[in-house]
Design a binder for this molecule. Structure first.
Ligand code: TXA
Ligand code: MG
Length: 326
């Protein structure tokens, strides 16, 4: 993980131009929302999104929330049912995140959604929305903390975790809500609570005119790990392959091929140069492409440092026997 020379902390009222520069350059920066500070980058730029995971030191590719500056921008990304539209009109801008089906022409990079066919959307209050409106770019933003730490609600808390790792913190003072957004998944007429947060469930129910489904007590809320299994490829994956077996397609990494590679029924290389950031941006598309063309995929070893940990986590899940899933 390369370190930025210096992390600037700029008051929100003066930070718009600097924030737009970071967005256009594909460099993640910290910005306040009404809930917590987010580590934001252009959601259409795979390299920039890979950097978010790198900076957070996340050991897995959790899907990220995409932030928009108005409903029209959101509707260009996901299919809105009348119910979704009603909730957006009632609670946006505000601390409600809705997980909706991705539009087929959705320009969000697959790494943001961890390869899922849904996208989590929210329209935040405060300076974040101004940056999004000014660039016209939806921003992917998880909370601006290192993996495993608390979500930051002040610029100083962001700096304690990410100083030297990012170039800019937009300082909007303490976040008024101080708790992450409520996340619901909309499935037809069902509203399913994925994470409680800044909007109370009974407020949602009054607008939705239906009960919000909560996990039965004791059962875990639908965890990102379980969600990822929804996108498990059909093909059987063989990890850390050192020689190709018959009728296998090949998911390659780096400049050198394993023995027997010429027999592969199809090949996708995550990164010819052996660059883990590039590999992260190609992972979900490459897996999907091979899955369409073959029912067996050999995977060359991917180093486990840096983003390699998250790449290997995803590959391990994809290779797990289907009957071992929760
Ligand atoms: O208040 C918030 O929501 C803050 C601010 C910055 O907006 N963001 C935030 O992001 O808390 P993060 O990455 O820490 O949490 C995002 C959650 C993750 O638990 C992830 O699993 C879930 O959203 N998520 C994102 N996309 C999803 C999807 N397509 N399906 C299900 N869950 C999704
Ligand atoms: Mg978080």
């Amino acid at each position: 993980m390369e370190r930025s020379a210096k992390t600037r902390i700029i008051p929100a009222a003066e930070a718009l131009a600097a924030a737009c520069v970071e967005v256009e350059a594909g460099r993640p920066f910290a910005m306040p929302t009404e809930t917590v500070y987010g580590l934001a980058a252009d959601a259409g730029n795979g390299e920039a999104v890979a950097r978010i995971y790198e900076i957070k030191g996340r050991p897995s590719f959790n899907p990220l929330i995409v932030h928009v500056s108005d409903l029209a921008m959101a509707q260009a990304l996901a299919d809105f049912s009348p119910l979704a539209l009603g909730l957006a009109q009632a609670f946006w801008p505000g601390p409600l995140t809705m997980v909706l089906p991705r539009r087929t022409d959705c320009p969000i990079h697959p790494l943001v959604c961890a390869g899922l066919d849904t996208v989590a959307l929210r329209h935040p209050l405060g300076p974040a929305a101004q940056v999004i409106a000014a660039t016209g770019k939806p921003l992917a933003a998880p909370s601006a903390n290192r993996s495993g730490r608390l979500s930051p609600t002040t610029a100083a808390a962001v700096a304690r975790d990410l100083d030297g790792r990012i170039g800019l913190i937009v300082d909007g003072g303490p976040c008024p809500v101080g708790l992450e957004s409520t996340i619901v998944k909309l499935e037809g007429e069902r509203v399913i609570l994925l994470r409680p947060g800044g909007i109370a469930v009974d407020a949602l129910e009054r607008v939705a005119r239906c009960p919000v489904e909560r996990p039965v007590s004791g059962a875990a809320i639908e965890a990102p790990g379980m969600l990822l299994s929804h996108y498990a490829p059909q093909a059987r994956l063989r990890l850390n392959a050192t020689a190709l077996e018959s009728r296998e397609a090949l998911l390659a990494f780096g400049p050198r091929r394993l023995s027997g590679h010429a027999m592969a029924t199809a090949i996708e290389n995550l990164s010819e140069a052996g660059d883990l950031r590039e590999a992260a941006t190609r992972l979900f598309d490459a897996l999907a492409a091979l899955d369409r063309r073959s029912d067996r995929i050999a995977v060359e070893p991917v180093p486990s440092h840096g983003l390699g940990e998250a790449i290997n986590d995803r590959l391990t899940r994809a290779a797990a026997p289907r009957d071992a899933e929760p």
